[in-house]
Design a protein around this ligand. Structure first.
Ligand code: SF4
Length: 376
């Protein structure tokens, strides 16, 4: 296989991994031979970069039941040798086609051996090719502490895909991965290294869950998410609605509706940006989020004692609990009300809030806007 063919196979296989960011969502990728594996990815600082997503190899000895790359499945297998991948990316980078790279891999020859190949690629990128841009490395299951440390030295971000909220759920997705020892442990080791070495202080970590293939509840996923943010200070958690792949053990399993993934992302956003905690969340009798309403609206409906909120006096934290008021509109409200009190929902709409949604939950100088009475 020549380099372009390898790039096709290993770029395509890397697409399913979201732990490098919600790459390409709603954005158009370049359509030429190389460009189709280059994704616009939003970095933590908000900057969008063009990122090559690629596997070091799609040979894999693991059997993850949902995965197109799992062992024994009849697909074309190939491997980038470290210098082959590093020099290929160097050309892409010099041609200004990509400014960042995400490297993951199938597990071939054990986690340690696989990480050695990935680290060799990263060493070449940083050394021989003097690449100073954004590098994201996947940590392989069971990665050794020394390999994790080197990965943190070379990369801006590392990730381990937990895929499931517990070892019991992971057992329904793979018979060859051990949850605590192989997946959680590398994240704990990485966190300790970041906390204890000032040179690593800016390095970050992410993970991903496959949603809906292991019979897990949203409650279980989000309990794990809250713990990961709290105890391991993960930068992001990503959620991937399960979609069955032909000729895998979960081939006949129903796909997960995308609305479930969407609700998990909305809740994740509430954790990270709106001051919500796991205890704030409301689940249905089956332990899942509402499909009909977003999680913030559901919380508001279950907490009538919190409302109505007086728009002209409420703190930013109170405003952020109001459905229809987001981060930007809350900031604009606190800014503009110094000069002019909010007296109508039209004024609220002018600062970018969804005034119709907010109306049942607010007071404007002591008066309830029209349309809210039905809920209280
Ligand atoms: S480790 Fe599992 S998820 Fe990763 S490539 Fe192998 S089979 Fe797929």
């Amino acid at each position: 296989m020549d380099v372009q063919q390898k790039l096709d196979v290993l770029g395509s296989a890397a697409q399913a991994d979201l732990a490098c960011g919600k790459c390409g969502e709603g954005q158009t990728r370049v359509k030429d031979d190389i460009g189709r594996w280059i994704y616009p990815a939003v970095r933590q600082d908000g900057r969008t970069v063009k990122m090559l997503k690629v596997l070091q190899t799609n040979a894999c000895e693991k059997d993850c039941f949902y995965c197109a790359t799992r062992r024994g499945r009849d697909i074309r297998r190939t491997t980038f040798q470290p210098d082959e991948l590093a020099s290929t990316f160097d050309q892409i980078h010099r041609a200004n086609l990509a400014e960042a790279i995400f490297i993951s891999s199938g597990v071939a020859g054990g986690g340690t051996r696989t990480m050695e190949r990935m680290l060799a690629t990263a060493e070449l990128l940083r050394g021989k090719y003097a690449f100073r841009g954004y590098l994201h490395l996947k940590l392989m299951p069971g990665a050794e502490p020394s390999a994790i440390e080197r990965a943190l030295q070379l990369a801006d971000r590392v990730s381990v895909n937990l895929e499931a909220p517990s070892s019991e759920h992971l057992a329904k997705l793979s018979s060859t991965k051990r949850y605590a020892e192989e997946l959680l442990a590398p994240l704990h080791i990485a966190r300790k290294l970041i906390d204890n070495q000032p040179a690593l202080a800016k390095k970050s970590m992410t993970t991903q869950f496959v949603v809906g293939a292991a019979g897990e509840q949203d409650r279980e996923i989000l309990a794990r998410t809250a713990q990961l943010y709290r105890d391991l200070a993960l930068a992001r958690v990503y959620y991937s609605a399960f979609q069955p792949v032909e000729n895998t053990p979960l081939d006949g399993h129903a796909p997960t509706p995308l609305i479930r993934e969407h609700r998990l992302y909305q809740t994740d956003f509430l954790f990270r940006q709106y001051g919500f905690t796991f205890d704030d969340l409301v689940f249905d009798a089956r332990g899942n989020l509402s499909v009909e309403s977003d999680p913030k609206t559901v919380w508001a409906i279950h907490h009538p004692e919190f409302f109505p909120v007086e728009l002209n006096r409420a703190s930013k934290e109170q405003l952020l609990r109001v459905p229809g008021i987001g981060l930007l509109s809350a900031a604009r409200i606190t800014q503009s009300r110094r000069a002019n009190k909010f007296l109508s929902i039209e004024q609220l709409a002018r600062v970018g809030a969804d005034a119709q949604r907010a109306a049942p939950f607010i007071l404007l100088n002591g008066r309830q806007p029209a349309r809210q009475l039905a809920l209280f």
